[in-house]
Design a protein around this ligand. Structure first.
Ligand code: PAF
Length: 301
């Protein structure tokens, strides 16, 4: 049975009790409207920890004025059901007034890593993310926290915060989960019209073609970034925000593709902004691509 907890004090008490009984606490932070990607995080937490806390909080700090805070999809009942099915011990569903009883004056901010890519279009976003994640880590005190690799920049930023501040938690990045046709799962996919949903497949198609080019021997980062931009731009109704080839840990630009490399894209379909990525491990002639899970490998034309 999954307990639904709405106050910080009750959540702390539940986690203290679990730790007191020698159980390892796992944290899965989410903004709710859970899909198969979130479920895979809960399963990963279930496999490696003994007391799984899923937090469901649409965090106002990470939305700028004019973004989709008010219309962000919410379904607490469905989320609790999903958490129960996946064996979570606790759902933490605090109202905004519980998390931020007064406007917070403190921000946790990771420099540089947050300035580019999604940070360019959303300059206050990552400070909101790191502030709420730091707060959740401080409330829950998990030994392990689980994040999706779809938000690759977020994962790098959270890892850096934890490292810089010596926070006593292991951060685990879990595989990106896709629809059968390759579209990365996202709560924001719910915003897409039928035509936009069809057009959105161009993101993964482009990433896959670029990964194939690297596997075929292309090592010039600018050429691969240009390939990505060209194929996304060719799809009607899809407006590129960025299509980049970056160092996977530091998010810095690269000349040559070698080591841990991120092919990362963001695009707008109408009002909806989607992101996607493929991570490559390139060692000499050997290229391994982390394409994610869930899609039909033969789904390409
Ligand atoms: O990835 C998300 O859903 C959010 O950014 C997170 C990590 C739950 C913080 O609000």
């Amino acid at each position: 049975m999954t307990a639904v907890i709405e106050t910080i004090a009750d959540l702390r008490a539940a986690c203290d009790e679990a730790r007191g009984a020698g159980r390892r606490v796992g944290l899965v932070p989410t903004m709710g409207y859970l899909h198969a990607g979130h479920r895979s995080l809960i399963r990963a937490a279930r496999e490696t920890t003994d007391f799984v806390v899923v937090t469901i909080f649409v965090n106002p700090l990470q939305f700028a004025p004019g973004e989709d805070l008010d219309r962000y999809p919410r379904d607490l009942e469905g989320d609790v059901r999903a958490c129960e099915e996946e064996g979570a011990d606790v759902v933490f569903a605090a109202p905004v007034a519980e998390m931020y009883p007064k406007p917070p004056k403190t921000r946790v901010s990771v420099a540089d890593l947050t300035a580019d890519l999604c940070g360019r279009a959303r300059p206050t976003h990552f400070d909101g993310v790191t502030t709420v994640v730091a707060k959740l880590l401080s409330i829950v005190g998990p030994c392990t926290a689980f994040f999706g690799r779809k938000d690759a920049q977020q994962l790098a930023v959270v890892r850096r915060m934890v490292d810089d501040l010596s926070m006593p938690v292991d951060v685990v990045g879990c595989p990106l989960v896709r629809e059968a046709d390759g579209l990365a799962l996202s709560s924001r996919n719910a915003y897409l019209s039928h035509d936009q949903r069809e057009a959105a497949t161009v993101l993964f198609e482009s990433l896959r073609a670029a990964a194939d080019a690297v596997a075929g021997g292309e090592r010039d980062a600018a050429t691969v970034a240009e390939m990505l931009r060209g194929s996304i731009a060719a799809r009607d109704g899809v407006e590129i925000d960025y299509a980049e080839v970056r160092d996977a840990a530091e998010m810095t630009t690269l000349d040559r593709i070698e080591g841990e490399v991120l092919l990362a894209v963001a695009a707008r379909l109408g009002e909806t902004r989607l992101i996607d990525n493929v991570r490559l491990t390139v060692r000499g002639d050997t290229v391994t691509a982390d394409l994610g899970t869930g899609f039909r490998p033969d789904g390409r034309e």
